[in-house]
Design a protein around this ligand. Structure first.
Ligand SMILES: Cc1cc2nc3c(=O)[nH]c(=O)nc-3n(C[C@H](O)[C@H](O)[C@H](O)COP(=O)(O)OP(=O)(O)OC[C@H]3O[C@@H](n4cnc5c(N)ncnc54)[C@H](O)[C@@H]3O)c2cc1C
Ligand code: FES
Length: 506
């Protein structure tokens, strides 16, 4: 319950009320301010995360940083800087005065002066206007890069909040203007030359230039490849009919929303995260929804049997019908026909059967490729000066020693940020623990780490019922690889810190 007369930091609060490592959120002249204590130091920053507004006081203080409980963004308590995505904007800071055992929050601190990069590069080209490409372009400017940045995107819309396309945007609960990550003014003000609807046809590593589809060339001193992934297309009779939809881009989402508004019955093919989020969002629009998938248990490969069975039940409680262990055989204007001949009426079909990394450019350019673009721990490809980030990158995972390619939003953004710094000459390893989340109805699951295979999944707490509150820990050979959590934000943050701290010493 919130305090009806919350104390005002300007009147002072006894320092003893804040434990070492503790955080308290209170008001300062109408603003919610978080005061955090580290030893004898006190920091004051805005208590609301700049990503989706998560309450930072419920997050975790790690050194002189704070991590958000919702999607694990990380902010500097000293400067307010958004150190790790998904937050891209800093939080405000205030000056704290300590007097007579009390802490007083005074005036807002001035913004941290801009950095200047010593990089000699003149032109950086980024191919891909998704999470990784956008975060890289922003980070180059934050790091003080003064040269030219050109961001090429085959999309017809500016970089967008892709995770929201299958959630709030499709359900109709998110504001339309929350979809673009930035306004057109942002790119202009930061001198980021965003070229939409511009597909790069080839890379010429020897000449350090890219060739556009119109045949023109654009030179670079360093290049980031962030071409993401493309939905796997269904190949069966009727699969190209106009009421069959895929969801990757903002324009896919706009088209799907328009169709959903005039549809009554949807069949979702694929019980992946995207398929299931689409099912939940279409239920929010009151369409009848049936899900068809070859799996026996949805999400079993990622979350295990128990969590998968729970997710199935959750959807069934919301009126979704599953057809599992089967495939669609054909689609016509009115129905999807399954292998056993059963017909499922549908005026809308959404296909979510996975994605493939968009590696054609990398292959053409002669970069080392193996089910993704091979990069080292600094996200540099086999060709010096060309980096790769996001859904296409396969990197040596510092936690397991295995090479991994992971399709998560936060990973893509953080890799974009790390690659940007490394293009400017910093030698920064990419070693943050992977993180993703999913929202389906009133259910939110966060997942930190990466477990492609595990021999033990330990459930602690309750997944079912009114009081959902649990963690599932995935282990292999005794090593903790990943932790899924439901309404246990602190446990998820602690697991992230511990997984990162358990890195082998190099
Ligand atoms: C609907 C949906 C919901 C999702 N929800 C979640 C979630 O809840 N949590 C989570 O962790 N992850 C989620 N993901 C996954 C996440 O969005 C991706 O991992 C992330 O977008 C990858 O970022 P990226 O920059 O590598 O690629 P993308 O975001 O796909 O961007 C790739 C860009 O490259 C451009 N491009 C490709 N080829 C060329 C070329 N030749 N020339 C020029 N431009 C090119 C494309 O136009 C695009 O702009 C979701 C994905 C989708 C589609
Ligand atoms: S709300 Fe803070 S990271 Fe998303």
């Amino acid at each position: 319950m919130s305090d009806p007369t919350p104390p005002d930091w300007t009147r002072g609060i006894s320092i003893s009320e804040i434990s070492d490592g503790g955080m308290l959120a209170r008001q300062v002249a109408g603003a919610a301010v978080l005061v955090a204590r580290r030893g004898n130091e006190l920091f004051a920053v805005s208590s609301t995360c700049t990503h989706y507004g998560g309450p930072l006081a419920e997050g975790l203080m790690v050194g002189d940083t704070v991590r958000c409980p919702w999607h694990h963004a990380c902010f500097s308590l000293r400067t307010g800087e958004a150190l790790r995505a998904p937050a891209l904007n800093p939080v405000s800071c205030w000056r704290v005065e300590q007097r007579d055992g009390k802490a007083f929050v005074r005036e807002k601190a001035a913004l941290t002066p801009s950095k200047t990069s010593a990089s000699q590069l003149k032109t950086i080209v980024i191919v891909g206007g998704g999470g990784a490409g956008n975060a890289a372009a922003e980070m180059l400017r934050r790091e003080g890069f003064g040269g030219g940045i050109t961001l090429f995107s085959a999309d017809d819309s500016a970089p967008c909040d892709r995770p929201n396309l299958s959630k709030g945007y499709l359900a109709g609960t998110a504001a339309k203007d929350s979809i673009p990550l930035r306004s057109p003014d942002f790119y202009r003000d930061h001198r980021i030359d965003l070229r939409l609807k511009t597909r790069i046809a080839a890379i010429d590593p020897a000449g350090r230039r890219v060739r556009l589809e119109d045949g023109s060339f654009h030179s670079y001193d360093a290049l980031l490849l962030a071409t993401g992934a493309e939905p796997v297309r269904l190949d069966l009779p009727g699969s190209t009919l106009p009421h069959v939809y895929y969801l990757r881009t903002a324009s896919d989402a706009r088209a799907l929303v328009a169709k959903a508004q005039s549809s009554k019955r949807a069949v979702v093919i694929g019980a992946s995260f995207i398929g299931l989020e689409v099912a939940a969002s279409l239920r929010a629009r009151e369409l009848a929804v049936e899900v068809v998938a070859p799996d026996a248990v949805p999400m079993e490969k990622t979350l295990g049997k128990e969590a998968g069975a729970f997710i199935r039940k959750l959807h069934e409680q919301h009126g979704v019908t599953f057809h599992l262990g089967t495939h669609a055989a054909s689609i016509d204007a009115r129905a999807v026909t399954l292998q056993d001949g059963k017909r499922l009426d549908a005026d809308l079909v959404v296909v979510g059967i996975g994605v493939r990394p968009a590696i054609a450019l990398a292959e053409q350019a002669g970069l080392a490729v193996d089910r993704g673009v091979m990069v080292n721990e600094y996200l540099e490809t086999s060709v010096p000066g060309i980096f790769a980030a996001g859904d296409i990158a396969r990197w040596p995972d510092a936690h397991t020693g295995e090479r991994v390619r992971i399709e998560h939003w936060v990973v893509a953004e953080r890799q974009g940020q790390t690659a940007a710094r490394n293009m400017l000459g910093q030698r920064m390893r990419f070693d943050s623990a992977p993180f993703f989340w999913t929202d389906q109805y009133d259910f939110t699951l966060a997942y930190v780490g990466h477990a492609e295979r595990w021999d033990k999944a330990e459930l602690d707490g309750q997944l079912e019922g009114d009081k959902r509150d649990c963690t599932i820990t995935y282990r292999r050979g005794g090593q903790r690889l990943a932790v899924a959590s439901v309404y246990r934000d602190q446990a998820s943050l602690r697991a992230e810190v511990e997984i990162e701290a358990a890195l082998p010493v190099r």
